[in-house]
Design a binder for this molecule. Structure first.
Ligand code: B12
Ligand code: SF4
Length: 473
C-alpha cells in the first residue's frame, strides 16, 4: 500500500526570519517518519514555492506551523492547500493560543506539542477539530529533527543572512552553523512576557548521550563548525551540562564551537564554565532584560542586576563571550530605568547586547494584564507582533522616543567597540539579504526624529490610533 504523504510547511515571507532550520516541524517530521509516513518539509520563509512543492509532492495532509507575526502567511498557505483538496492541520505558538481563530482557516488545530498528536491524527484518520497535543515527557523518545528533509545549505550559512546575529560573534560568516534544541520549557517559567507563562510545561531535557549522538551525526553529515543551542535555558541543569561537556571532550567533538542560553542565576560555578569552554563553548546568551530592580520585579524575572553583573564577570573570566538580551518599553518603564540598562551595558562591558521592544505576545501574562487594563488594540494586526514596533505603550515615554532609544543604545555600544561594528557592517554589506530590512526597522525612528528636528513642519505621529501603534498623519 502507498505510504500516506505529509507535507510540513514553515510559512512566511520575511528574509530575516529565514535563518534557522525550522526545528519544531523538524521534530514532528522525524517522529512521523519513524512510523512509516512519507514526509516533506517546505520552507516558504527560505524561499520555497509552496504551491509548486505541493503540486509535485501531492500530499494527503499539510501540517503548517506559525508564530504570531507569520500567521496570515500560514492562513494563506492553508487556503491554498485546502483548494488542492489536502487536509490541513495547524500548530505552533499562535494557534495554541487562538485555536478558534485558527480553526476558521484549517481543518484541525493542535494546541501544544505536536509529535504524538499528529501521529494520532494520521493513525485514527481524524479530519476535523481542535486537539490538545500530548506533552512529551521523555525527550529521548523523539528522534533528531529531520534535517535530511531540509535544504540545509540554506541554513548552514545563516550568518550570511543575518550578519548581526547577536549570539554568534565568535564565528565568521563563511562557517557552517547548525541549530539544536536539547531541552524544552524553563524551570523558572514566570516572566510576564514569555511563552512559558502559558505553556505551563515542566522543564525537560535530552540525555547528554542523545545530545552527543546528535552532534556526532551533525559533524559526520555536514562537517559543522558551530552549534547554536536555541532552547530557553541550556545551562539550567548543572549536572547535565557537566556530563555533556565531558562527553563532547571524550568524543573529540570539542573542535566544534558552540553557544547556549542561560538564566543569569544558573551561572555560578566558574569550574563548570571552564569545562564548557574546553568543550567548545564560546558565547553565552543571558536574559538580563533590564538593569532596573523595579522593572525586573515587574517582569517577574526573579533576578537582580547584581546577579547579572556576577554572571557576566564569571563568563568573561572563563574566556567566554557574554551576550545579553534587554527589553525596553517595559510596563511603567521610565527614562531613568532605561538609562540604568544603558549604563549597565557600558559598565559591565557586556560583549554584545541585543535590545528588543516589549511585545505582549498573546497568552503571556503581560497580554492578559494589558487586556484587563483595556490597553490592547481593539483590532489586532498580527504581523506587527515582530518586536520592531511597540504594540502597546505602557510607559510614560512617547512611543517615537522609545523606538529611537533602542537604536541609540546600539549606537553607543558600537561607538565603544568600533572594531566589532566595522566587522558587522562589512559582513552585512557582503551578505545583504536581511540586513537592510533590519537596519531600516531599527534606525527609522531615530532618523525620523532628527529629520523632524531639522524640518519642524514634518507632521508627528498620533499615538492613539486603532492599531495601538500610531500612524503617520
Ligand atoms: C529558535 C526560535 C526562533 C528561531 C527559529 C524559528 C524556527 N522557525 O524554528 C528564529 C530566531 C528564526 C526565531 C524567530 C522568531 N521567533 Co522564535 N523562537 C525560537 C525558540 C527559542 C525555539 C523554537 C523551537 O524550536 N522550539 C522547540 C519546538 C519543539 O517547539 P515549537 O517550535 O513550538 O514546535 C512544537 C509545537 O509548537 C508544535 N507545533 C509547531 N508547529 C506545528 C505544526 C503542526 C502541524 C503541529 C501539529 C504542531 C506544531 O509541535 C512542535 C513539536 O512539539 C522559541 C521558544 C521556544 N522555546 O519554543 C521562540 C518563539 C517560537 N519565537 C517567538 C517569536 C516571537 C519569534 C519572532 C517573531 C521574533 C522576531 N521578531 O524576529 C520570529 C518569528 C519567526 C517565524 N518564523 O515565525 C515566540 C513566539 C510567540 C508567538 N506568540 O508567536 C517564541 C515562543 C518565543 C517567545 N518570545 O515567547 N525564533
Ligand atoms: S527565564 Fe527566560 S525562558 Fe524562563 S520564563 Fe523567563 S524569559 Fe521565559
Amino acid at each position: 500500500m502507498a505510504k500516506i504523504k505529509v507535507a510540513l510547511i514553515n510559512p512566511g515571507k520575511s528574509a530575516r526570519y529565514a535563518v534557522q532550520e525550522p526545528l519544531g516541524i523538524g521534530f514532528i517530521a522525524a517522529y512521523l517518519e519513524k512510523y512509516g509516513y512519507e514526509l516533506r518539509i517546505i520552507d516558504q520563509l527560505a524561499g520555497e514555492d509552496v504551491e509548486q512543492e505541493l503540486k509535485t509532492f501531492k500530499p494527503q495532509v499539510a501540517g503548517i506551523t506559525a508564530t504570531t507575526p507569520v500567521v496570515y502567511d500560514a492562513y494563506e498557505v492553508a487556503a491554498l492547500a485546502k483548494k488542492m483538496g489536502i487536509l490541513t492541520v495547524i500548530g505552533g505558538a499562535h494557534a495554541s493560543i487562538f485555536p478558534e481563530e485558527a480553526r476558521e482557516h484549517v481543518d484541525i488545530v493542535v494546541k501544544g506539542e505536536g509529535e504524538k498528536t499528529m501521529l494520532e491524527i494520521l493513525q485514527k484518520n481524524i479530519t476535523s477539530g481542535i486537539l490538545t497535543g500530548e506533552v512529551i515527557n521523555n525527550l529521548d523518545e523523539i528522534p533528531f529533527p529531520a534535517r535530511h528533509l531540509m535544504k540545509m545549505d540554506r541554513y548552514l550559512y545563516c550568518k550570511r543572512k543575518v550578519p548581526y546575529i547577536g549570539q554568534l560573534p565568535y564565528i565568521s560568516a563563511n562557517k557552517r552553523i547548525v541549530h539544536m534544541l536539547t531541552s524544552r520549557g524553563c524551570p523558572h517559567g514566570k516572566c510576564i512576557f514569555c511563552h512559558n507563562t502559558w505553556k505551563n510545561m515542566a522543564y525537560r531535557m535530552d540525555s547528554p548521550e542523545k545530545t552527543v549522538a546528535e552532534i556526532k551525526e551533525l559533524w559526520e553529515t555536514y562537517k559543522i563548525d558551530a552549534i547554536d543551542f536555541v532552547e530557553d535555558d541550556f545551562f539550567a541543569d548543572k549536572e547535565r551540562v557537566v556530563k555533556l561537556c565531558e562527553l563532547i571532550i571524550k568524543n573529540k567533538l570539542n573542535h566544534i564551537l558552540w553557544d547556549g542560553t542561560s538564566r543569569v542565576n544558573h551561572i555560578e560555578d566558574i569550574e563548570v564554565l571552564k569545562l564548557a569552554r574546553e568543550a567548545g563553548c564560546r558565547s553565552i546568551t543571558l536574559g538580563i532584560e533590564s538593569a532596573s530592580p523595579r522593572i525586573l520585579e515587574i517582569l517577574k524575572k526573579g533576578i537582580t542586576p547584581e546577579d547579572a553583573k556576577r554572571a557576566i564577570s564569571t563568563i568573561k573570566k572563563a574566556g567566554i563571550i557574554a551576550h545579553g538580551n534587554f527589553i525596553i518599553g517595559n510596563p511603567t518603564e521610565t527614562l531613568e530605568d532605561i538609562e540604568m540598562s544603558k549604563k549597565f551595558i557600558k559598565e559591565t562591558k557586556l560583549t554584545t547586547p541585543e535590545v528588543y521592544l516589549f511585545t505582549p505576545y498573546p497568552g503571556s501574562e503581560s497580554w492578559n494584564n494589558f487586556k484587563k487594563q483595556g490597553l490592547l488594540p481593539e483590532k489586532n494586526d498580527w504581523s506587527m507582533y515582530n518586536q520592531e514596533r511597540l504594540i502597546v505603550n505602557a510607559t510614560n515615554i512617547p512611543t517615537e522616543q522609545l523606538e529611537s532609544l533602542r537604536a541609540e543604545i546600539y549606537m553607543s555600544y558600537f561607538l565603544r567597540d568600533p572594531k566589532r561594528a566595522f566587522a558587522i557592517i562589512f559582513t552585512s554589506l557582503i551578505y545583504s539579504d536581511a540586513f537592510f530590512e533590519k537596519a531600516v526597522n531599527t534606525l527609522a525612528p531615530t532618523f525620523k526624529k532628527y529629520m523632524r528636528k531639522i524640518f519642524p513642519f514634518l507632521k508627528k505621529r498620533n499615538p492613539s490610533c486603532e492599531d495601538g501603534r500610531g500612524k503617520e498623519q
